[in-house]
Design a binder for this molecule. Structure first.
Ligand code: SF4
Length: 381
């Protein structure tokens, strides 16, 4: 996969979890919860000869239900949660001018790259876990409590566009409840294999909806799947946290695109916030070198290791160099954002409820215990 080409150490290899997932599905003592990342729904159809960029959310959810998963949830819910935490962290750092620029931390290849190559900068990545890891710890705490389940009997499966997420799920520190936040990671291509194994008529299956309460999401979460999206979503919420108002121009076209490094300046109450987004670890290195030399050059940096962000991830149907396919997937992500009635994470009612009932405020000690992590210096072999 493409992730192997960009993986800084080569330590990330594709190990299939399919048989473990089947085993969990057959085990009656387990509650098996599945979550799907935003980029999966705009690419899975390609494995079934559907037009690139077809949004197959309903068919994907229906197939997972037919396979026997007990709950089918949306990683986008956790992406909204990530934004609440990350925007809070950014606003704090921005006000005190400490530990800037903040680096987005939802791409495990990028995090691993910093840990190996830029360990002088380990104070600046956001401490937020990536969305699927946050989802796992919330499932094994909040959801477990709500449903009266023992977290040891819950199996969390993540359907991801990404090979590096498999390595991430095994990081020891990502187990806030005493159990791994995420048990198994299945890629988009592997999910297609499972659907075919089970003889599910994907093209004709009737659409189904995500389950509640971890299924609701906003447009801000959808755009996590494309390069520049996490940054844009964070800015929408940070702007509101600082000004109490909604950011009028929600779409920062300056940040979109496939190649190179994109910069933008967003004025928040008279102060310029300088942001940059890039994909590919070559561009990441350039941005980090600039940030090392001059910490005030940027305030927020987003990096995705794969071309175009997660839509071009190593676990997705192969692109075979077809950038037109990648663009169709990116456009589908943008379309899904525009079609969502709510486009800012702080408008998500289920997220508000989660804070009210369980976490308290964004950035609370409970939120830190469950949703944040730390980074360690790693030595190249
Ligand atoms: Fe995984 Fe997305 Fe990072 Fe690629 S860009 S390694 S798909 S998280």
């Amino acid at each position: 996969g493409q992730c192997l080409a960009v993986c800084p150490t080569g330590a990330i290899s594709e190990v299939s979890n399919i048989s473990q997932v089947y085993k969990a599905l057959m085990d009656e003592t387990k509650t098996v919860v599945v979550q799907t990342a935003p980029a999966v729904r705009v690419a899975l159809g390609e494995e079934f000869y559907m037009e690139e960029g077809t949004i197959v959310t309903g068919k994907m959810v229906a197939s997972l239900k037919q396979m026997g998963f007990d709950y089918v949830f949306d990683t986008n819910f956790a992406a909204d949660l990530t934004i609440m935490e990350e925007a809070t962290e950014f606003v704090e750092r921005f006000k005190t001018k400490k530990n800037l620029p903040i680096l987005t931390s939802c791409c495990p290849s990028w995090v691993k790259f910093i840990e190996h190559k830029f360990n002088n900068l380990l104070d600046i990545p956001s401490t937020c876990k990536s969305p699927h890891e946050m989802f796992g710890s919330i499932t094994k705490s909040y959801f477990a409590k709500k449903m009266n389940l023992d977290p040891k009997d819950i199996v969390v499966v993540s359907i991801m566009p990404c090979v590096a997420k498999k390595y991430e799920a095994n990081r020891k520190e990502l187990s806030s409840t005493g159990y791994a936040d995420v048990d198994y990671v299945v890629t988009t291509r592997e999910l297609a294999t499972m659907i075919k194994d089970m003889n599910i008529d994907f093209k004709n299956i009737e659409d189904a909806e995500f389950d509640d309460p971890l299924g609701e999401s906003t447009g801000a979460a959808v755009i996590f799947g494309a390069s520049g999206g996490v940054l844009e979503a964070t800015l929408r919420t940070a702007y509101n946290m600082i000004t109490g108002e909604d950011l009028k121009n929600v779409e920062f076209h300056d940040l979109e695109g496939i190649k190179g490094i994109k910069e933008a300046v967003v004025n928040i109450q008279g102060t310029d916030v300088k942001v940059a987004a890039a994909n590919g670890l070559g561009n990441a290195r350039k941005l980090l070198e600039m940030a090392s030399e001059d910490r005030s050059r940027f305030d927020v940096i987003e990096i995705m290791a794969c071309p175009g962000g997660c839509v071009g991830g190593g676990g997705q149907p192969f692109l075979r160099g077809r950038s037109d396919k990648l663009i169709k997937r990116m456009n589908a992500i943008r379309e899904e954002d525009r079609n969502k009635p709510l486009r800012k994470s702080y408008e998500n009612e289920s997220i508000k409820k989660l804070y009210k009932e369980f976490l308290g405020e964004p950035g609370s000690s409970k939120a830190h215990e469950l949703l944040h992590t730390s980074y360690i210096e790693r030595i190249d072999k």
